[in-house]
Write a protein that binds this ligand. Structure first.
Ligand SMILES: *Cc1c(COP(=O)(O)O)cnc(C)c1O
Length: 544
């Protein structure tokens, strides 16, 4: 038999199934291509369930639960998913609250006034944590995540710019607004620019800028139509904090020279819940007058379950009135300034639980432990000789400390002695390994780790540095010391098996250089094909 070029897995399975004697009628018996039956169904009935249309009749809940539960067990384990910043653990009592409040809609402020009070308390707590001039004057809202929060922060800055232009009788269309950010920006930031018609000016990053925004360089992209600068506290690629203070100082100088005042929105998706606890001396937040708004993801280092973010403005003057909707409802007035109308209240309740449960000391303890584990991982990788580490949280804060380290023995347990940043480890093959084994492909580390259950992504750095691929581990609360030790062992084992020329792993590695490999689970229904969208941009000053 000649091998065909491509075997369609769905069809293959269909053709391989038992056929009833009256072959032609098999679809009537539930054997059509989009159906599947389940072992447990023997206990509850024998119908199979269609995959791509709503079944004409229902199935009892036990069977449905089993079916879906088992299907989902094919997902990776969230605990071993070291690619994600999203929290994967919630204390049982918080889970209970989430369940109890699963049916509350945050927008129904009149019906659920206590939920609303809790929401407002959370906003005040964050405003206080981030040193807003007055927690009464600050204003903010929960969002679905940082993505929504960023759209709102950007929109407010766009409106303020429009107001300034209109007051001076200047056009808001020619040449139109622009926003400045590093090319390492998370896609949500670029999305803001594109969705809301703002020219996206990406400042190239480099090794010298430590893979993040270079404030000096950013100044070359700024003009009177710049609505603001997005500064990222915790680059998604390497965990580096961008220098908010330095950016603000340069913008102060710019204002002095030109009279144009350009605000900063800090994207503190991850850092908003790490820096205040681990690096309280770092100046990045509302202490800087130019920082008008800050967003964070509650579901990252805020330790609440997925589905909550926050945006806070330093005062209501920075949230233009026309973005605030007054909802007259049941005889009272409610205010809404988020993109969503209905949304679950339960993640906000969980966030409040975590604030009360952990307190400042608890959040600090978690952040310090995460950073400590990240340092162990970083050092182990570097000491192996196989890897270089691009993140810097394991590096002493100044070369002087590095110098005296051996003589005086710096306190390695004191977080203040290290470069501040997220508990993220970004690493790549060392120069020695790359030179000695040029045919060993780093992306196989990702694949081989996956076979042990670990999810560690291998991806290209931002557009200007796309020739550099990094592996990245996010060290969250659930990545315990034991887990990190295991991970180090597995990474070293895998790396050594890859560079040993006579192993199958090495053969696979060489093979992969000449072949693509795809992942196909089933026919893609309702899913866009590759190439249906436009890629995110990599060029600066591109009209978005
Ligand atoms: C995660 C992240 C976002 C997007 O936040 P979501 O909560 O996933 O919507 C934006 N910016 C940065 C820096 C991030 O790390």
């Amino acid at each position: 038999m000649a091998l065909s070029k491509h075997v369609h897995p769905d069809r293959l399975i269909q053709e391989s199934k038992d056929k009833p004697s009256g072959h032609a009628i098999h679809t009537l018996l539930g054997g059509s291509p989009g159906d599947y039956s389940h072992a447990y169904s023997g206990r509850y009935g024998t119908t199979s369930v269609p995959k791509y249309k709503i079944p004409s009749t229902g199935t009892d809940e036990e069977h449905v639960y089993r079916t879906i539960h088992d299907e989902l067990s094919l997902d990776g384990s969230p605990l071993l998913n070291l690619a994600s910043f999203v929290q994967t653990y919630l204390p049982e009592k918080a889970e209970k609250l989430v369940q109890e409040n699963a049916y509350k809609n945050l927008i129904d402020q009149d019906e659920y006034p206590m939920t609303q009070v809790i929401h407002t308390r959370c906003v005040s707590m964050l405003a206080d944590l981030w040193h807003a001039p007055s927690t009464h004057g600050a204003i903010g809202t929960a969002t679905t995540g940082s993505s929504e929060a960023i759209q709102l922060g950007g929109l407010a800055m766009k409106r303020l710019w429009q107001q300034r232009r209109k007051e001076k009788n200047l056009s808001i269309h020619e040449p139109g607004p622009n926003i400045v950010m590093g090319s390492n920006a998370q896609v949500a930031l670029e999305k803001f620019a594109r969705y809301f018609d703002v020219e996206c000016r990406l400042v190239p990053i480099s090794k010298e800028s430590r893979y993040r925004l270079d404030p000096q360089k950013a100044m070359q992209y700024i003009d009177e139509n710049t609505i603001g600068v997005f500064v990222i506290l915790g680059s998604t690629y390497t965990g580096h904090y961008e220098p908010v203070k330095e950016m603000a100082d340069l913008l102060d100088e710019y204002e002095k020279n030109t009279g144009v005042s350009i605000p900063i929105h800090v994207d503190a998706a991850s850092g908003g819940f790490v820096a205040p606890f681990a690096s309280p001396k770092l100046v990045w937040d509302f202490k800087i007058h130019r920082v008008v708004s800050i967003n964070t993801s509650g579901h990252k280092f805020g330790l609440s379950p997925v589905g909550v973010g926050w945006v806070v403005w330093r005062s209501k003057h920075f949230l233009p009135k026309d973005l605030i909707f007054e909802l007259h409802y049941l005889g009272s007035v409610e205010y809404s300034f988020s993109l969503n109308f209905s949304r679950p209240a339960s993640p906000i309740i969980a966030q409040y639980f975590m604030f009360l449960h952990l307190g400042f000391a608890g959040y600090r303890a978690v952040a310090l432990q995460d950073l400590k584990n990240a340092r162990t991982l970083s050092r182990a990788l570097e000491k192996s000789g196989y890897y270089e580490v691009l993140s810097e949280i394991h590096r002493p804060v100044s070369p002087i400390i590095e110098g005296v380290k051996s003589a005086l023995r710096m306190d390695e347990g004191d977080v203040e002695n290290y470069v501040p940043g997220l508990p993220v480890v970004a690493f790549r093959f060392s120069e020695a390994l790359r030179t000695q084994y040029p045919d060993v492909d780093q992306k196989w580390i990702q694949t081989l780790l996956r076979s042990k259950g670990w999810i560690v992504p291998n991806y290209e750095l931002a557009p200007d540095l796309s020739d550099i691929s990094i592996l990245r581990v996010v060290v969250r609360e659930t990545a315990s010391e034991v887990l990190i030790e295991r991970l180090v062992t597995d990474i070293i084992d895998i790396t050594e098996s890859l560079i040993k020329a006579d192993t199958p792993a090495h053969a696979l590695s060489v093979l992969s250089n000449s072949q693509g490999h795809g992942r196909r689970h089933e026919i893609r229904h309702g899913v866009l094909d590759e190439g249906s969208g436009s890629t995110s941009s990599g060029t600066y000053a591109k009209q978005c």
